[in-house]
Design a protein around this ligand. Structure first.
Ligand SMILES: CC(C)(COP(=O)(O)OP(=O)(O)OC[C@H]1O[C@@H](n2cnc3c(N)ncnc32)[C@H](O)[C@@H]1OP(=O)(O)O)[C@@H](O)C(=O)NCCC(=O)NCCS
Length: 172
């Protein structure tokens, strides 16, 4: 049984090790989430320190998917800071434990983050993902509108060659 919920800043900080483990696991298993091998605990910890500080400051939400008390996935809603975009947010760092994929956890995280966005009045969501990946199919299936693709957008996690990014938006 999978449950997804929004973590308070205190809860997220208390579970920093599990959040960092999810990031390390995703990058090591080939996920294109802004890191290049070798992925280290130190890189994951440093990234999460920044994200947790931003969470404390009310700039983002952090959601967790749990199964039997274990964190098996996470996703974030990063609130647009611009005064004229108070209704927009980015969906970011959607990570599902590599051993728990293809069971609907990604879809459950996306449904939950959309509900949270609606609840706080962020009704225009944007995101980007590696072209041709599982994430791209997931967003399209869940009603997101693809609005473009940029070739050679980022370095592959293994450091070899470049991959494209596909951009999506959804109006809630
Ligand atoms: C992208 C990601 C979050 C998807 O998570 P997930 O939990 O595997 O997502 P889902 O299970 O909802 O869907 C994935 C696939 O499993 C399938 N699936 C879902 N439930 C299933 C079930 N019970 N039985 C069989 N297949 C199932 C879905 O149809 C989907 O198939 P597709 O990829 O062929 O379209 C995950 O692959 C991941 O963490 N990747 C690394 C990081 C990354 O790239 N994040 C996205 C950056 S924006």
């Amino acid at each position: 049984m999978i449950a997804v919920r929004s973590l308070s800043p205190q809860e997220a900080r208390a579970r920093r090790a599990e959040l960092a483990d999810l990031l390390v696991d995703s990058v090591q298993s080939g996920g294109a989430v802004n890191f290049v091998w070798p992925m280290t605990q130190a890189k994951a910890d440093a990234w999460w320190d920044g994200a947790l500080a931003s969470h404390d400051a009310g700039e983002r939400l952090i959601l967790a998917a749990e199964s039997g008390g274990q964190m098996v996935g996470t996703v974030q809603l990063v609130l647009a800071p611009q005064e004229n975009q108070r209704f927009r947010a980015d969906v970011a760092k959607m990570l599902v434990l590599s051993s728990a994929r293809r069971q609907g956890i990604g879809a459950a995280l996306l449904t939950a983050v959309e509900e949270e966005a609606r609840r706080i009045g962020r009704t225009l969501l944007t995101l980007d993902t590696r072209t041709g990946e599982s994430g791209e199919r997931l967003y399209a299936r869940m009603g997101w509108q693809r609005f473009g693709e940029v070739a050679d957008y980022a370095i592959n996690p293994d450091g070899k060659g470049l991959h494209g990014a596909t951009f999506f938006f959804k109006k809630l």
